[in-house]
Design a protein around this ligand. Structure first.
Ligand SMILES: NC(=O)c1ccc[n+]([C@@H]2O[C@H](COP(=O)([O-])OP(=O)(O)OC[C@H]3O[C@@H](n4cnc5c(N)ncnc54)[C@H](O)[C@@H]3O)[C@@H](O)[C@H]2O)c1
Length: 260
């Protein structure tokens, strides 16, 4: 129970990794405000937490909308008395193609959700974390922040931006006892990969191929890292990026096969 008495807001909490993090945080003792652009998905995760005896509520948030983010942070405080932990896991489906093919509106939407969404949630959550006497931010980046993939400039660059943004956030808020870190997941076994590869078997065999550990990772493995970074166990860790990627970024092998 490393997050006993903590209150967390998880943006993208209706998704697979965000939902896994929300469930894990609740199991570790935190009350969780599950936020997602899909209220239905957020409600399903919040209900699952309550079914296991935990504390949770759901809120519809478009992470690119300033008012939504402000209201979500306030809703967490009004539901659970404070807010001391923020996880940003929301990401939109990003367009593929070289710069000539990329549509400007799709490009802007990718930046608005994947990057500006992180800025906005932090902007409105930080005053509450400071008021709580400190806390932790965990932003979900990607191994693709660390190397490029053909046609994936929108996804790769938004994720690289999240890492650099989080380093500066850590610097700005260290004096307030607020730590900020990123996680860079590698190929994780999720529906997102199913959409790209068709079947789970194909996704796992293509994406696991050539990896140091020879397999894709699990949502639980990312959630474990998030719980660690959010907890007092990581009390001297801030401004860093934790690669939960099975060695993907250490290995210059068949990394193209892991495109997500
Ligand atoms: N799955 C992987 O292998 C993998 C690898 C590296 C990084 N990631 C990152 O992990 C995070 C979660 O990915 P996932 O695989 O769980 O995907 P997912 O699609 O299951 O989760 C993303 C969630 O974000 C929500 N969302 C989309 N647009 C939003 C918006 N405007 N405002 C608020 N919420 C919005 C979606 O409804 C969804 O619930 C993402 O940031 C993704 O980039 C995933």
């Amino acid at each position: 129970m490393v997050l006993q008495d903590r209150v967390a807001l998880v943006s993208g909490g209706g998704g697979e990794i965000g939902g896994g993090i929300a469930l894990r945080f609740a199991a570790e003792g935190a009350a969780v405000m599950v936020c997602d652009v899909s209220l239905e998905k957020a409600q399903a995760i919040a209900q699952a937490i309550r079914d296991m005896g935990g504390k949770a509520a759901a809120h519809r948030v478009d992470a690119s909308n300033p008012l939504d983010c402000e209201q979500a942070a306030a809703a967490a405080v009004s539901a659970f008395g404070k807010l001391d932990t923020l996880v940003n896991a929301a990401a939109t489906v990003t367009p593929d193609g070289n710069v000539e093919k990329l549509d400007i509106d799709a490009w802007r939407r990718a930046l608005d959700v994947n990057f500006t969404g992180v800025f906005l949630m932090c902007k409105y959550a930080m005053p509450h974390l400071r008021a709580a006497g400190g806390g932790a931010v965990v932003n979900i980046a990607s191994s693709f922040a660390h190397f490029g993939l053909p046609g994936r400039s929108a996804y790769c660059s938004t994720k690289a931006a999240v890492i650099h943004f989080t380093q500066v956030l850590a610097i700005d808020y260290g004096p307030d006892n607020i730590r900020a870190n990123t996680i860079s997941p590698g190929p994780i076994d999720t529906e997102r990969s199913l959409r790209r590869y068709g079947t789970r078997e194909k996704a796992n065999s293509v994406r696991g191929r050539g990896q140091v550990l020879g397999r894709t990772g699990t949502v639980e493995e990312v959630a474990t890292a998030a719980a660690f970074l959010a907890s007092h166990q990581a009390s001297f860790i801030t401004g860093t990026d934790l690669r939960v990627d099975g060695g993907q970024t250490a290995f210059k092998g068949d990394s193209l096969a892991t495109s997500l």
